[in-house]
Write a protein that binds this ligand. Structure first.
Ligand code: HEC
Ligand code: HEC
Ligand code: HEC
Ligand code: HEC
Ligand code: HEC
Ligand code: HEC
Ligand code: HEC
Length: 391
């Protein structure tokens, strides 16, 4: 027994030696790390239903992306020999904060373990390598922190840590916003005997909506609860084609509500989060831009032939962006770095008006984004052209 313990101690000591021995004698940088971690959420906001008893537009489903750069001359995007993990120190569980797991089987045909999302990810875990980046897809996080589980805080912070896959030594870490909100204000019009359903009062907003839908369309949604809208009205957000004879969910919703929704940001915040959440916290908001500046109004959105896949492009207003994919979130620029790594997610283009979004930039370069400090990645400031070709 003692012998065994001794062996384990030796083994551990050996591992530490190995870990320290492997540290490269390179000049220390500000922050001390030889690695830069770039982390972001893909969409800039994820909206979900909190109560799944009656209906589901979207499940809890957040996605984080990470790129790791080894600082050097030249810098290098690293994917081998490292492990990337994420966790929410103040948001460790979701079951009870939403009743999603009581209805996952009926809505999505899978019986998930509590606190596990549709892609198998929990509220903490390892991220998966996908070519040039790491990803944690479908994290079922809610906007309710453990320390205040009834107060909505839509800008939840994940801690992301990069370790050496062999030694387990921590190489670098960051804190990144995971924006999530269930603030859909259907209740403004669909409450009991509300303006949209003056003769309907079932006691709940969702059942008022289903009753109205049944009345108008001859469906029997009230008897099929919980109802996943995308089963009939296709949604690319869920990868569900829906029924080919029916309008997709984006078209159905924006077309039907065009007459009652002003083409203003407040109009969009009737359903998108929202008057409190204010998901548009982008630097362009400061220039007076609203949803309509980029997306157009309700009718324009309703006529999108490919909702979620056909979206505004930076290059339709800015020159020389180098956007190389129809979607901003999938585009890469300078040195193979994703646009969102330097600029942050859509709707949060840095500098964001939410201080939480700025934390990761502060950690890397001592000020808010975008990442404009060459030495975040380059060991010595290079002479050549910067991220967009200018000096
Ligand atoms: C600004 C007010 C307003 C808001 C906010 C609103 N609705 Fe509506 N909704 C209406 C009106 C008005 C109708 C049409 C009623 C009619 O045709 O008699 C309607 C109709 C509907 C219908 C029935 C469509 C049909 O004809 O079958 C559904 C379903 C619906 N809304 C869902 C929602 C959902 C879900 C939300 C929140 C995400 C929402 N609405 C938010 C005003 C609103
Ligand atoms: C069982 C299939 C089914 C489900 C599930 C379903 N719908 Fe529908 N929906 C229909 C049908 C059928 C129509 C009528 C379409 C038509 O006339 O073209 C319709 C019409 C609508 C319309 C009116 C579209 C328009 O332009 O007039 C809206 C809005 C709508 N649905 C929203 C929803 C929402 C929100 C949900 C989830 C709560 C939902 N639907 C779930 C079958 C469904
Ligand atoms: C009555 C509720 C409602 C209102 C008002 C509303 N939306 Fe939406 N919107 C939705 C729903 C529900 C979805 C999700 C559809 C899906 O899952 O495919 C959506 C999805 C979207 C999408 C992504 C899918 C696509 O079509 O590309 C965009 C962009 C969008 N909305 C923009 C807007 C803008 C801009 C406004 C204001 C002018 C607005 N919405 C107002 C309910 C609404
Ligand atoms: C509908 C037009 C439009 C679209 C689409 C658009 N922008 Fe802008 N953007 C503007 C305007 C207008 C300004 C303010 C004037 C300026 O600085 O050029 C601005 C400003 C900016 C700034 C601040 C520039 C500075 O000098 O501080 C950044 C960064 C930016 N946009 C990035 C983006 C990114 C990234 C995208 C794509 C996700 C995008 N923009 C999409 C119109 C647009
Ligand atoms: C400065 C331009 C700009 C403004 C302002 C803007 N959006 Fe977007 N939005 C985009 C771009 C660009 C995309 C596509 C991102 C991509 O390609 O990955 C997008 C995508 C979306 C999507 C699809 C999901 C996603 O994030 O990719 C929704 C929903 C959406 N916007 C809603 C809104 C709403 C609601 C507002 C106002 C509160 C708004 N947007 C304001 C540029 C804008
Ligand atoms: C290595 C970091 C980095 C990457 C990657 C990057 N950018 Fe930039 N971008 C910057 C910096 C720094 C600026 C200058 C910001 C400023 O002027 O405040 C900038 C400026 C911009 C602007 C504003 C131009 C203006 O009118 O002032 C847009 C739009 C833009 N980038 C889009 C993109 C797009 C789209 C991608 C991906 C194809 C991308 N960027 C990739 C760092 C980056
Ligand atoms: C977020 C990380 C990052 C930032 C910030 C960054 N770069 Fe780079 N840069 C890279 C990567 C990665 C490469 C690709 C290196 C390779 O494989 O050749 C690169 C390549 C280059 C190159 C060509 C190859 C070389 O190293 O000679 C030049 C020149 C350059 N960057 C200049 C700049 C300048 C100037 C800035 C600041 C304005 C800057 N970069 C900021 C990551 C970055």
């Amino acid at each position: 027994m003692i012998y065994k313990l001794f062996r384990i101690t030796l083994l551990l000591a050996g591992m530490f030696l190995l870990a320290f021995g492997m540290v490269n004698p390179q000049p220390a940088r500000a922050g001390g790390s030889q690695y830069a971690i770039l982390a972001w959420n893909d969409l800039g906001m994820h909206c979900y239903n909190n109560d799944f008893r009656d209906m589901a537009v979207l499940p809890p489903y957040n996605t984080l992306w990470v790129q790791v750069v080894k600082v050097g001359d030249p810098p290098q995007v690293v994917t081998d020999g490292i492990k990337v993990t994420y966790s929410y120190p103040n948001n460790t569980y979701s079951a009870g904060k939403t009743n999603f797991w009581a209805f996952d089987q009926k809505l999505f045909g899978v019986d998930l373990p509590l606190n596990v999302g549709l892609k198998g990810k929990g509220l903490a875990g390892e991220m998966d390598l996908q070519a040039d980046h790491f990803i944690a897809e479908g994290i079922p996080v809610t906007e309710f922190s453990d320390s205040a589980p009834t107060v909505a805080d839509p800008y939840q912070l994940a801690t992301v840590i990069v370790t050496d896959a062999t030694s387990g030594e921590e190489l670098t870490r960051t804190r990144v916003v995971t924006p999530v909100s269930s603030e859909m204000r259907c209740d403004k019009c669909h409450s009991n005997k509300g303006t949209a359903n003056p003769t309907i009062a079932t006691g709940r907003v969702a059942t008022n909506i289903l009753t109205l839908h049944d009345k108008k369309e001859g469906t029997r949604l009230m008897t099929q609860r919980p109802v996943l809208c995308a089963k009939c009205h296709g949604s690319n957000a869920l990868g569900m084609p829906g029924k080919s004879t029916l309008p997709n969910l984006s078209k159905a919703m924006h077309a039907k509500h065009a007459a009652v929704t002003p083409n203003t940001m407040a109009g969009c915040y009737n359903c998108h989060p929202g008057p409190k959440t204010q998901c548009l916290r982008d630097t362009m908001r400061k220039e007076g831009m609203t949803c309509i500046s980029c997306h157009g109004g309700m009718k324009k959105v309703a006529s999108n032939p490919q909702p979620w896949l056909n979206e505004p492009k930076c290059s339709s207003c800015h020159e020389n962006t180098g956007q190389n994919n129809p979607l901003y979130r999938l585009s890469t620029g300078h040195g193979g770095i994703y646009c969102e790594a330097c600029h942050d997610s859509t709707h949060a283009i840095a500098p964001s008006s939410r201080p939480q979004d700025g934390i990761k930039f502060q950690m890397l370069q001592g000020h808010e984004g975008p990442i404009d400090t060459c030495t975040v990645c380059h060991l010595t400031p290079p002479d050549g052209p910067g991220p967009h070709g200018e000096d």
